[in-house]
Design a protein around this ligand. Structure first.
Ligand SMILES: Nc1ncnc2c1ncn2[C@@H]1O[C@H](COP(=O)(O)OP(=O)(O)OP(=O)(O)O)[C@@H](O)[C@H]1O
Length: 512
């Protein structure tokens, strides 16, 4: 492999020819041919389940492609299938959405994990710190290498993850850096810093594959766009030739999407008693948080990273203990000390951490969908499996969970966005939900699915459910919410109502 690397022709890039991948009988990549060019940021787009992650897993040596495909790196053929080791030797580096950093360890420890620099057998902390400063400096970030990663901003964390990925094994740069939705939960200024780091990495000759569902980002941060649909490349064009988001959405979905957000047809009734009343909730960095939501009302909660809004759902749910404060549903105080009591009282919470907290990845779609509502299908002490089945199929159809018609598939075999659709459907189809708290509900979902999810949220509100959306997507909040609350430093700082809520921008967080 090393000899082959020496033979590389700089500038050739990563050329994939006729890459296909079949899981048992399901072919999810069909003869994919494309090039990732050195020094170029290429946006890789596609609806949920289009095959993006599968393609990257082939390049990471996790999935074995079908026979017949070819891979060239800078003019040299790389034998397929790759293994994780041969992928790393080719200089392929990957940063996933969760970044994979250890929060309690320092920046240096995270960057050098598994490959500490040594001098006379001892870890050379001084040399490591100097190296980390240099690497981060090249990516435009200046942080003290001894800082625990949990104290960094979101964009700084992302840059540390990038530094670790591209400079692993002492490389000066990597051939290909794949960034899989690294901007989820980042607000505007933070996102811009990450884009600067991305450009700095590209300037060293690295080819960058940037995967995102945010179309505005594609237009600002990429030079080339590749769209996959049903495992096939349906667009491969310079970003400068694309007229706008609508054109991108058409290629992604294979149809026109007139509006990205649903119209609200109902509003909360003035004067109705609140369903959810939170008073003086305090704990885990949140101070004196109070909130009332009436039936049919949609309230947004947001702020810059670390403002405290991220912790509020867990405090209400009781998953994080509060030092003081009360939570009432329909006027009755619930002991917010356990998620079970909160759920029984009629509060449903969709946590942001899909993999670990929201669903059971090894269980089937059907099990995940009906777990929260098995009682609905009980007939004289027995479960009516036929009714359960048809309800699952209807929910899958409604939320366009793909592949359709296979409710027995394990949740973990679905693409990330399709997992999210299942988990939203789980709460949306549950009886007895009076208050729904959604934390980053549209993370990882494509433009079409986003509309479907928000439409359903609006419909639940129309049915009288009180809804709290905790989100970093200000556009989503401004279209859907009756009121948007902005937190800063653990406290509620500002409330924007009515037409004011429609005008929420990034600037509002900063000024809160
Ligand atoms: N291990 C697996 N076993 C069976 N099918 C799989 C497996 N992994 C992925 N798939 C299927 O491959 C298809 C492509 O999934 P993939 O995760 O590549 O989509 P994606 O474009 O990354 O979607 P998203 O935007 O939702 O992340 C999906 O239909 C998915 O169900």
């Amino acid at each position: 492999m090393t000899q082959r690397l020496d033979e590389r022709r700089p500038g050739g890039g990563i050329v994939l020819t006729n890459i296909s991948k079949t899981f048992v009988t399901n072919t999810v990549l069909h003869d994919v041919s494309l090039t990732f060019r050195p020094g170029t940021v290429t946006g890789v787009l596609g609806e949920n389940g289009a095959g993006k992650s599968t393609l990257f897993k082939v390049l990471a040596g996790i999935h074995e492609p079908d026979a017949g495909g070819r891979l060239e790196v800078d003019g040299v053929e790389a034998p397929l299938p790759l293994t994780p080791t041969s992928s790393a030797e080719l200089g392929f580096a990957f940063v996933h959405q969760d970044l994979g950093l250890a929060g309690s360890l320092s920046v240096t420890e995270n960057v050098f994990v598994g490959a500490m620099l040594r001098k006379h057998g001892l870890i050379d902390w001084k040399a490591q710190a100097a190296k980390v400063r240099e690497l981060l400096g090249r990516l435009g970030v200046d942080v003290d290498p001894s800082t625990p990663v949990q104290e960094l901003t979101q964009s700084e964390k992302a840059v540390v993850a990038i530094a670790r990925a591209i400079y692993a094994r002492g490389r000066a740069s990597s051939a290909l850096l794949v960034l899989d939705e690294p901007t989820a939960n980042l607000t505007g200024a933070e996102r811009d810093r990450l884009f600067d780091a991305m450009r700095a990495a590209a300037a060293t000759g690295t080819a960058i594959a940037f995967c995102t569902h945010r179309l505005d980002e594609v237009l600002t941060a990429t030079e080339q766009v590749i769209v996959l649909r049903d495992g096939r490349v349906v667009m491969d064009a310079p970003t400068s030739s694309i007229s706008g988001e609508k054109e991108l959405a058409r290629h992604i979905l294979g149809r026109d999407l007139d509006t990205y957000f649903p119209e609200r047809t109902s509003r909360a009734v003035d004067g109705a008693a609140p369903i959810l009343r939170v008073e003086d909730l305090t704990g885990a960095g949140v101070e004196g948080f109070s909130l009332e939501i009436r039936p049919g009302e949609i309230v947004g909660l947001t702020g810059l990273a670390g403002a405290g809004h991220d912790t509020v759902p867990d405090l209400i749910l009781g998953a994080v203990p509060a030092r003081r404060g009360t939570v009432k549903v329909d006027g009755r105080t619930i002991r917010a000390s356990s998620p079970t009591t909160t759920t029984t009282a009629g509060i449903a919470v969709l946590p942001a951490d899909r993999k670990r907290r929201s669903g059971i990845m090894s269980a089937s779609i059907a099990e995940n969908l009906t777990l929260a509502s098995l009682r609905r299908f009980a007939r004289r002490g027995l479960i009516d499996h036929r009714a359960e089945r048809s309800s699952v199929v209807a929910a899958m159809e409604h939320f366009d969970v793909r592949p359709l018609g296979d409710p027995d598939r394990a949740l973990q075999t679905l693409s990330g966005g399709n997992q999210q659709k299942v988990l939203i459907a789980k709460w949306a189809s549950r009886d007895g939900v009076k208050c729904l708290i959604l934390h980053e509900p549209t993370q990882g979902v494509d433009v079409g699915a986003k509309r479907t999810i928000l439409e359903h949220v609006a419909r639940m509100a129309a049915d009288g459910v009180a809804i709290l959306i905790v989100s970093s997507e200000h556009e989503e909040l401004s279209h859907l919410c009756d009121r948007v609350l902005i937190m800063r430093g653990g406290e509620l700082r500002r409330e924007m109502r009515g037409s004011g809520a429609k005008q929420i921008t990034e600037q509002c967080y900063v000024a809160a």
